[in-house]
Ligand binder design. Sequence first.
Ligand code: NOJ
Length: 934
Amino acid sequence: MLLNLTSHRATLCLVTILMWGTMVDCLIKAKLRTCGTTGFCYRNRAFADDITSLGTDAHSPYTIIQDSILFSEGNSHLHADIENTNNKILFTLDVTILQDNTARVQINEKTPLHQRYDDHARHTLDNPLRPVSPSQVQKGGEKTMIALDDTRALVIYSQPFKMEFLVDNVPVIIFNDRSFFNIEHLRTKANHKPKMIKEPSSPDVMQDTTKLESTMWAERFVNWTDPKPNGPESIALDISFPGFSHVYGIPSHASNLDLKETRGGPNAYLEPYRLFNRDAYMYDLDTPFPLYGSVPIMYAHRKDISVGVFWMNPSETWIDVTKTRSKDKKASSTSKTALHKMFGYGNDKMDDSTAVTGTQTHWFSESGVLDIFVFFGPTPKDIVRQYVSLTGAPMMPPLFSIGYHQCRYNYGDEEEILDIDNSFDKNEIPYDVIWLDVDYTDGYKYFTWNKTSFPDPLRLQKQLEDKGRKIVIIIDPHIKRSNAYRLYREAERADYFIKSPSGDDFVAVSWPGPSSWVDYTNPNAINWWARQFAFDSFTETSENVQLWNDMNEPSIFNGPETTMEKQMVHFGGWEHRDLHNLYGMLMHRATAKGIRERTAIPKRPFVLARSFYAGSQRYGPVWTGDNIADWGHLAASTPMILTNGISGIPFSGADITGFIHEPSMELFTRWYQIGIYQPFFRAHSRYDSEYREPYLVAEPFQTLTRAAIHRRYALLPYWYTLFYNAYRTGTPMMRPMFFEFPEEEPLFTEEDQFMVGDAILVKPITTEGAVSTNVYFPRNEIWYDVETYFCITTPGHTTVAAPLEKIPAYQRGGTIIPYRERPRRSANAMQLDPFTLVAALTTKYTNNTFSCVSLHEDPTGTDATDFAQSHQVLTIERIRILGLKTQPTHARLYAPDIRPYKDLPFDYDNINGVLSVGKPNVSVIDCRWSIVVV
Ligand code: NOJ
């Protein structure tokens, strides 16, 4: 079978699917829709342009019906009706004030022709919402005010409808500021009155009315027709952030951390950012095109405050970003867009140095209801906490999964796996997990083993388990249509597949050839799927086996944009269109449930997924998909992972060394050196790549790569602590600089360096041949090179040496980092090893005393004491104190069983001021000790 697809760049791509069931070579670069070829996107941009063209006469047709405003539940909830004065259609507005400086705004059609999709919340939200009573409410004629407390309030204007969210009486977020709010009410074709947009007032903003109408009831794209049985049903709103120059979030895109403008402005994109999960094989860089996952959360940040919005809608969503600048302060964002249209979007030569005075965004989703959360911050860390307290805590991963993962598409058989496993040991390179891609199955039938290559899977698992290592296997959502396949028979009989509008199972092509897709919105299908992981069902698997869910966008080789046609039907009759971006997460959830429940005592599962949505953090890590082994993709991995992290998904990574093509040895080495500082650390490459396990590469690259991996392992105690903090607070392990230094303006656009926790600043090297690099060191801090302990006290940009053997990374003064420095074969093997603590001093240290405090909330509770009991042997074998200006005469240990004290051996390096205290051998469980340096 041969399919020809053209890419969006008009490159000819070839999808060659050779001999089903054996080797599959699929190079897909699917043609993508643009805003202009996506009906609801085109219509909403046109709607905005039409309003904009009216200039100061522009006003939103939506008004609140004054006497409909009703407060209830201790004033935490406001209900009102909104009318579209153009067509008299009514909508309901519900505003709820929630704890932790959060508000929810919901708008739905009051009497829709049929229910609009509003079943997203139960999949997305994880925790019960806790409404709180505002401190004051004021119902006026024109505006209604709700004060959350002394500083925060929201004001709802009636005519036209507009909402302002204020801090200290100044708006920080405004809904419908530019009058782009637009809900396409449900209608029948018969009662549809064409021409949503008024006749344009100027030819410059002329909209093609025929084009506006032509996609409302059916839409063609390449060879596909979307029949759109519900007609137009999009929802749109403009959200302004006055006074904010920077916005972040809305993964996933191969784009900047600091989001770019999309309708004019310096270096702007021509298209809105798009959220539409798809298989983005070999994706282009620096584009707003959609990738594998979607999280519709956005931060706006400035020196004194951060605020955020979460647009909870899982249908296809586009977001325009524009900015106002001081030069054109009077020209509002609205007139600016018109201006830019006149001269062509993105060709703007405006000087970026003009101060940005505000950021405006315009969001449009294809269907469903408007359901937005507003976060008042005030810091970026507050926002991520507010967000994960709704969508769920990032999962605390099992320890092995934060070590190094070795993957390849495909490792062929048991012998090869064991050979690789032994080679790692022989070459003294630690690793924790080896991965099996699709060919371990019997002909792409998931939950089966290819018995020729893997004659005794349990034997293999046992051998790995004996060394404390794990195996991860891939399971995709497409089920081969074959009556000889139990899974297919069961799902087919029980109606667990997604349907086509005719009521038959949806059938399309993926790895196994003709396949159907499990409908993870069906509660029975979820339970059935989860049960497949039970050891008596998926025989020949043990606890050693962990999971990888791929292709769950879902990826469909012969579908539009390599995914599912939107008219397909899910449980409850909902169209795929309504929940497309949720699908991947629902599979992830069902798999994690299965792995968790397969043991009598549920254990933390490890499940990697490619596609994700808001809430995916509850189930396991994600990765950035099929990247390319080039310097650009290496550099892009940093803003991509950072953006995932601030969007509630802290556990993510990129295929180390690049999935497609061959990396140079320099790139290979640099990639590992960055990978050790990224949360999910997995090497992966395509089936046709040269074998590139780290012990195979030549010197000096092998030695450097080994050293990098060892550094990751030494830092595992620090990583594990950071993962725990992410689980408790949502704060990502890998953080943008602005997250950690929210007041330091030069860092707001910084995406070429990042923080791991609050203690380590990392500067990735992403250019070929680099021997030095420029690092920005935040003010008021001392930074210590993590290898040499050389101390840097000059703030701002500094050039540092970065030859190939160097990974520029710096410990922040005032922090203590726990290491485990004994080289071992895996994370598991290190579990009871003693710690080395590296304490970096600030200039203001006092007391000269190093002491221990338990941070456990309930140190005398059973959990804490049981855990302490099992970890009695854990001790500290070394303490390094960085930045000690003078050589001490003694390092004295005080502890209850030592009288009066014990002098500890130490070394002092007077060049860098490093004191190394040896063998204190004090407990990390029993804190009744201190070391005094005199
Ligand atoms: C696509 C995934 O992105 C890639 O990582 C995997 O190796 C192939 N599918 C084969 O399963």
